[in-house]
Structures are given as structure tokens and as C-alpha cells.
Design a protein around this ligand. Structure first.
Ligand SMILES: Cc1ncc(COP(=O)(O)O)c(C=O)c1O
Length: 389
């Protein structure tokens, strides 16, 4: 491997949310952090070099996104997903969560019903509630080894809903939705005039042989009702550079979204985000292939370690993302007791499942995007505390 994902990077004292806010989040600094969804790996060299090169120029004045920026995104979508998009379709947002909030403002009114699929990334809930829209839970169906969609319920809910926020792939349950599932959702949305906000921030992190399906790319008809949210931030570990895209084919929808984006005056973004995006999408594939292999290795190691040493934990092996969704219901502990035991006895900072809404109770989300050695240390600590004596 050209890149060394085993390398330990000291992230303390870099204003890292994951590493420097442990005492605020967990009440102690003495935990190994496996929570926030960023990676403890180096952002790849070719991205750092592009940022450094720009930083060496002595003026950081007002900047726009040049044609090369748009071409890098167009090229990435075409090569990786055979999705042909045009420059005009791409709008900028500093982040996917801000884009989601602005899309909700653009495409719905107070009181409108918006469907989400918990247990799901919790800013989906606040994006709906903070703007006085109505949350509709299409709770995922927990099966033995993975999660499925309650289509019957979705069909009923779609009759009165305005929007559907899809996590494609799904955080935290790790599903890479297949074409059949997505087409079923799309058919229902088309029939009922429900607009789809497809959050595809984890799409590049699909573990082979699974294959990501861009929701909007399923058909021209579906593209007309879809707003796609994408970013280089999860894939290349550059969330601190605040750059993401909102991709919309339908000109009417695009106009509405643009009106809200422009009203916020946040279009400029930042110089380094622009350079990093270009480098990531133009040169990122070989690095990404290696990253995915390393994540798969860490997933495999976690599964085999827990199966051997803590077999009571039910593991939802991810098809995508670097998060593993773990079921701790065998402990019989209440959520707060489980959280405390994980923090204060096992010395581990995971994301508590209950934060992800209905269906999250007694679950924990483990972020495995870290050197294997650190992951194994964490798993040892977990097993030694939760193993049945
Ligand atoms: C599904 C999903 N959407 C969005 C985000 C964050 O997006 P951003 O940092 O661009 O606002 C995350 C981060 O974990 C995520 O899991």
C-alpha cells in the first residue's frame, strides 16, 4: 500500500471536535474517541499539497469557483457513478447539513410533513423541527443482520408528506440501499408528488462488492423530483474545509434552492475548500481504493474480535460508511447506564444509539476509521467490561 493508514496522528490540541471536546461530551478526557464521523487518518498528500500551494500565495481575497472546480465534480460523478451532470446543476453549500436545512426552507412550508427513516443521522430531526415542519418517522425494520424499509408505511405516509429525506447510504445502520429498494421508494414518491432530498455524503464510502446508486440517476423522471447532497468531506477527511454541493437537474427546483442559498449570502465558501475539492475529485481514486480496503479490514477485524470475545453483541455489518452499528440490548441496561458503563468503565467514547431517534435505544455506533491498533485496544476494553463474567 502506498498510503499508511496505520500511522498514528496526534490530533489533540488541533481544536478537533472528536479529540478535544471529549471532556465536554463524555465528562472525562479519559476515553478513546470512536464517535464523530471524521477519520483519524491523514487527509491525503495531494490534497494537503494543493491547499499548501494556494496558502503560499500571499493574498486570500474574494474568490469564485472556477470552471475546473465544477469539472472536477462532473468528472467524479461520471467516472464513479456513470451519472452525467451539468455545471449549472451544481450549487454550493458550506455543508450538507446547512444544505439540508436550506432545502427544507426552499421546498416546504411550516407544518408540512417530512419523512425521515430512523434510526438516522440526528441533524435530520432538527432540520425538520427547527423550521416548524412536522417530523414523520418511517422507522426502519430491524432484521437479524441488517435493516429494511417499511414500504407499506412509507406508502401511507407519502400521501400527505411534502418531502422525504433519504440517507443514501444510511448512517448509522450502514445499508447501501439497492436499486430495487430505491426504485420502490422513488415510485411511491413520484406517485404522491413527494420531493426527495437524497443525502449522499457517504456514497463514496461504499464497501465493495456493494454498489452505490445515485437516487437521481435511477431515471430522468426521478431526477426531476430529487435534490442530491454530496461532499468530498467524509471521503477525504476534510470536513474542516466546509465545502459541499447541492445537485439539482430540475430548473424550477434549482431556482427555488438558489433563492434561499443566495438569501443567506454564504455562496463564497473558502479558497482552501475549492482547491481541496478539485484535488480530491481529480486525483483521489487510488487513495480512496486503499482507504476502502483499510476500512473493510477494520470492519472484518471488529466482527471477528467481537464474535469471539463478545458474541452477545449483535453486529450490523456495514455495506457502506466507516461506522458499525452495535446492539447492546443483551446487557439489559437502560441507555444512560449503557452510556456510563461505556465511558467510565470501558473508557470508550462511542455515539449512543438513542441520539439517532426511534429504534436507537440500547444501540451504539462505533467509528472504525482509525489505525487498527487503536481500534483493537478499544475493542479489548469493550470486551473486558461487557463480557459475561
Ligand atoms: C448522513 C450525513 N449527512 C451529513 C453529515 C454532515 O455533513 P456536513 O458536515 O457537510 O454538514 C453527516 C456527518 O456525519 C452524515 O452522516
Amino acid at each position: 500500500m502506498r498510503y499508511n493508514f496505520d500511522k498514528h496522528i496526534e490530533r489533540s490540541n488541533t481544536a478537533s471536535i472528536k479529540h478535544d471536546l471529549k471532556d465536554i461530551i463524555f465528562g472525562t478526557k479519559d476515553v478513546i474517541p470512536f464517535w464523530v464521523a471524521d477519520m483519524d487518518f491523514e487527509t491525503p498528500d495531494f490534497i494537503r499539497e494543493s491547499v499548501i500551494k494556494r496558502a503560499m500565495h500571499p493574498v486570500y481575497g474574494y474568490t469564485f469557483r472556477d470552471d475546473a472546480y465544477y469539472q472536477s465534480i462532473i468528472g467524479w460523478m461520471n467516472r464513479r457513478y456513470q451519472w452525467e451532470i451539468e455545471k449549472d446543476w451544481i450549487l454550493f453549500s458550506p455543508g450538507v447539513v446547512p444544505a439540508l436545512n436550506m432545502a427544507i426552507l426552499a421546498f416546504s412550508d411550516p407544518g408540512d410533513e417530512i419523512i425521515v427513516q430512523p434510526p438516522v443521522y440526528f441533524p435530520f430531526f432538527s432540520a425538520v423541527k427547527d423550521h416548524n415542519r412536522t417530523l414523520v418517522y418511517n422507522q426502519l425494520i430491524k432484521r437479524d443482520a441488517d435493516y429494511g424499509i417499511d414500504f407499506d408505511l412509507f406508502e401511507k405516509q407519502a400521501q400527505t408528506a411534502k418531502l422525504f429525506v433519504l440517507s443514501n447510504p444510511h448512517n448509522p445502520v450502514g445499508r447501501c440501499w439497492n436499486a430495487e429498494e430505491l426504485n420502490k421508494l422513488a415510485t411511491i414518491c413520484l406517485k404522491n408528488n413527494v420531493l426527495v432530498l437524497s443525502d449522499e455524503i457517504h456514497s463514496d464510502l461504499v464497501l465493495p462488492p456493494n454498489k452505490h446508486h445515485v437516487f437521481a440517476a435511477l431515471s430522468k423522471e426521478i431526477s426531476e423530483i430529487t435534490v442530491t447532497l454530496h461532499a468530498p468531506s467524509k471521503t477525504f477527511n476534510l470536513a474542516g474545509l466546509s465545502s459541499s454541493s447541492v445537485i439539482i437537474e430540475n430548473p424550477e427546483l434549482r431556482k427555488k434552492m438558489k433563492t434561499v442559498l443566495q438569501s443567506m449570502h454564504i455562496e463564497m465558501g473558502n479558497i482552501f475548500g475549492i482547491e481541496a475539492t478539485k484535488a480530491a475529485f481529480n486525483y483521489g481514486e487510488p487513495w480512496l481504493e486503499q482507504l476502502l480496503k483499510y476500512i473493510q479490514l477494520n470492519v472484518n477485524e471488529t466482527v471477528s474480535f467481537l464474535n469471539k470475545n463478545l458474541p452477545e453483541v449483535n453486529i450490523f455489518v456495514p455495506e457502506a460508511t466507516y461506522m458499525i452499528w452495535l446492539d447492546f440490548s443483551f446487557t439489559g441496561l437502560l441507555d444512560e447506564e449503557l452510556r456510563n458503563k461505556m465511558i467510565h468503565e470501558a473508557g470508550l467514547g462511542l455515539s449512543p444509539g438513542k441520539d439517532f431517534g426511534p429504534g436507537g435505544s440500547q444501540m451504539m455506533r462505533l467509528n472504525v476509521a482509525c489505525p487498527k491498533e487503536i481500534l483493537m485496544k478499544g475493542l479489548e476494553q469493550m470486551a473486558s467490561v461487557f463480557r459475561k463474567k
